[in-house]
Design a protein around this ligand. Sequence first.
Ligand SMILES: [Zn+2]
Ligand SMILES: [Zn+2]
Length: 140
Amino acid sequence: MRANTRAAEKPDEMLGLTRQRRLVLDVVQRDEAHPTAAEVFDQARKAMPGISFATVYNSLRYLKEQGLVREIPFGNGASRYDRETARHDHAICSACGKLVDFDLPGTVALTRAAARASHFQAESVHLTLVGLCPKCRDDK
Ligand SMILES: [Zn+2]
Ligand SMILES: [Zn+2]
């Protein structure tokens, strides 16, 4: 029996999802660790051996433009891709690179304060906590 939740979703054709784009989207949605483009490519290649890195990269860009995934840019590192597109914050481990989601109360007030301080018109604010994850902290 087909799951009923499928029917509520837009069909792939309406979203402009080719087989490649659908595969790339599935890889990002399966992965809660916020994969890089290279990691998405590795996973996608297992399911579709002929897929190229350029196709994966262009698919990620397309999915981002459609609002289906979110790109988390890092100043000096590779961007990571996020299946969760609603506003949320991240904590990244400075030792192993593990990236997790969290939600902080009070971000509305924080956004206002950031807008005042920067003289920007605020759209959103995104926090990245950098530190040691529980596992790396225990390993010390
Ligand atoms: Zn860690
Ligand atoms: Zn996230």
